[in-house]
Ligand binder design. Sequence first.
Ligand SMILES: [Zn+2]
Length: 139
Amino acid sequence: MHRIPMHESKCKAYHGHRYVAEIHCVADELDEAGRVVDFGVVKERVGGWIDRNWDHTAILMRGDPDPACRAIAEANHGAGKPVYWLDQPPTAENLVAELAGVSNRLLASSGVEVVRIRLWETPNCSSEWVSDAWVAATR
Ligand SMILES: [Zn+2]
């Protein structure tokens, strides 16, 4: 769950979403099996990170003034699902940027670069992150 502390209306309340992330990877060349990367590697590394850090917990803004944040953090810590703190409001835009940095770190050793991620917050609403290098290369 998350909340947007400075939101003008309902997104100021704590609520959850069924996020879906589309992660686009590129490599200089295909491996000997003919792949950019085995899908299982992305699923294990990035999906595993999401499961450990974002799934079944709260993603909150560090410094959120709502006193309930502290109680949520303590409760989730006790349940083994610590709150994930962001320095920015946990909007789809900020979450996709965070996931881009994480994904590139997690996949760096596999020889691929994450160049684009679309994060669906709802079936109708998404935010997209595209690397500067990919924008330059595809112009
Ligand atoms: Zn929301």
